[in-house]
Design a binder for this molecule. Structure first.
Ligand SMILES: [Zn+2]
Length: 64
């Protein structure tokens, strides 16, 4: 998992704050680990809600 070492040139893609800890590089953007995990949790919740809709929106179940 790549991390940046230049803390002055990057901002978190979710909260916009400068790094206080090591940043995660995902999808070409830098994220605080907590911001990345919170976004993943919200996306998983949105997918769960979307799958429960009738008619279904064609969102497949998670692979794991
Ligand atoms: Zn953040």
């Amino acid at each position: 998992m790549p991390y940046s070492t230049d803390v002055h040139a990057i901002h978190c893609a979710r909260c916009g704050q400068t790094p206080a800890t090591a940043m995660i590089l995902r999808d070409g953007l830098y994220w605080h680990a907590s911001c990345w995990h919170e976004g993943a949790r919200l996306l998983a919740n949105a997918e769960r809600i979307a799958r429960s809709l009738t008619p279904p929106l064609g969102i497949p179940a998670p692979h794991s």
